[in-house]
Design a protein around this ligand. Sequence first.
Ligand code: DGJ
Length: 683
Amino acid sequence: MSSTWAILHSPACTAIWEVRVHEAPLWRYWGPRLPDGVVPPAPLRHERPEPSFSLHHDVPLSLFPGVGMGWFGAPALAAHRAGLDWTHAATRCSIETLAQDTLRFELIDAVADLAIAITARLDPESDVLTLSTTLTNTGKAVLDVSWLASACLPLPPEAHSVLSYTGRHNSEFVGVEDTLSRSGWRRENRRGLTSHDSFPGALVQCADGTAYGAQLAWSGNHIQSIDWLDDGRRQWLLGEGLAPGELRLNPGDSITTPEVLATVSAQGMDGVSQAFHRAIRTRILWPGGAMSPRKVHLNTWEGFYFDHDLDALKELADAAADLGIERFVLDDGWFAGRDDDTSSLGDWWPDPVKYPQGLAPLAHHVTGLGMEFGLWVEPEMVNPDSGLYRAHPEWALHVDGRPLLTARNQLVLDMSLPQVRTYLFGAIALLLRELPIAYLKWDHNRDLTHAGNRASYRAQVLGTYELMAWLRAAFPAVEIESCAGGGGRIDAGIVAQSHRFWTSDCIDAVSRVSIQRGFLRFMPPELMGSHVGACPAHSTGRMQAMDFRSGVALPGHFGVELDVRQLDQADREELAEAIARYKRLRGQFHQGHVWQGEAGDHVLWQAHGGWHDLLLHVTRTAPTSWRHAPHLRLPMLDPAQTYRVEPEQGEAREIAGSWLIRSGLPLPPMKGEAVLIYRLTAV
Ligand code: DGJ
């Protein structure tokens, strides 16, 4: 039977499928760029004779592996009709070229009555392959679906380890490196939103230095697995996690999965991260069409918590403006009856005791000082002790006959209900219309349980996306920050509706170093909310100097989260200097590439910019135990160039790129917790 090749190239990657008319496309190659015109020397089955005691019909890894017809690895689909139609195998395949970089594989399973369309776009700008799958029930009865992968990706035999991220509130992006073996690897999130516990993506490293990365653009439950295959390759599946009964397709109905963003780089993990950054940057819908310099924030949470006093907040705004702060975000505690976390979520109007004339006096005071005014909301939530809950207890997610499980004293609204979205749109739109609000911090402070009599995790995510999109369409100038008890909703799905992530409620600068480095593996620095917190840090009780706290926050979207009125003169001056420094450097921190490295002896570095002009950010997180400081070896530099190496203080020097690559940049002694910044420019 004849086969053809379907090929996508980007500057750094190539994907090749072997396509035959009666089966799903076989994965032949996904890896670093092959030269134009290179194709497999022969169809795959010609290269692998039948092994002993094996099926006469060999079923290799395809783009859509099915159950029960000779594929013994993990399937892309688990579905049935009342126990029937459970075996799946494409009987027909055709390809449509939607654009030069985009193919659509149309598969028909004429036995199980399914139509599957897989869209694959290999973006020439980012080197990211974006895949998604649409499943249509072409049969005559309901199709129960318990698993539908967004993408099935091949990994080469050299893949030896996978780096994924776990964590909890106050401890996001805890990296876990697992060795890949012949046993399966699996990460699953069942918390209903993206979660602190399981970032929906990972990076895979190969023995030859090549790295692969994938992330699911979805803010709900998810599954990813990597399994060894009989031919030594591995299979990486990513998709939404579905609860029992959650997805039932009526005849004629379709479902489209969230997208997977996948890439591969011969430059290793930094190359993967850089490709992700490029792809994520194209997904953000900035007000006005382009990113404006990321404004310095003042967030009131850790400085004030629920204790809002108008005069004190106005004084805070005055002090913030004096420091050069550009956006004032009024966090939790502003709305009706909200004196602690036991009540009022859902009652989205200003507290009449704290704000007898509403928020206008504060908002106008802030804007009068030349700052933007931002407001915290947690739209998807309701406290049982609230006017909203008393009026509409049926709007909270529940399962009849089961108890309501609270977390942080709150319940979750059923976002699939149009009346809930309409109520929330009305309440938030009123605030946005009446006040000069330029920014919403959109929080979500609990996991989902008893998510509907019929499980509706998926509907919950889609309902939230819909509400956000509705508000964004009505108020296109308003930016949104995605927060979920810190970094519980950081993903490439919500990026389409937001402009910043609150990375963690842990603002301890030492803890922040690894959290931010994990974040930067998948997301660009301009989206990374990074604040200077109080000393001692509220989350850990540790004490850190102002220059260290501000130095660690510098490369992200910088902010301040403390009562700046209380700072002593020295700290105030240092913070003002840090803000001025951030404004000088943000243009370069927030564009181009990010590279990360470790020099040893608790010294970590990251570089931002281009190969010939970059900012080098060096962090020491603990006192040295070495007599002499380590040299920073900077493998990404151009060996043919000489670099002007300019510390913020001290003399600039010229050093050969090849020296910096192989021997490294000598560092001066640093305090136990310290940040240094250099600018490197090719001369
Ligand atoms: C959790 C967020 O991460 C904090 O920054 C703050 O907004 C609180 N919620 C407010 O309740």
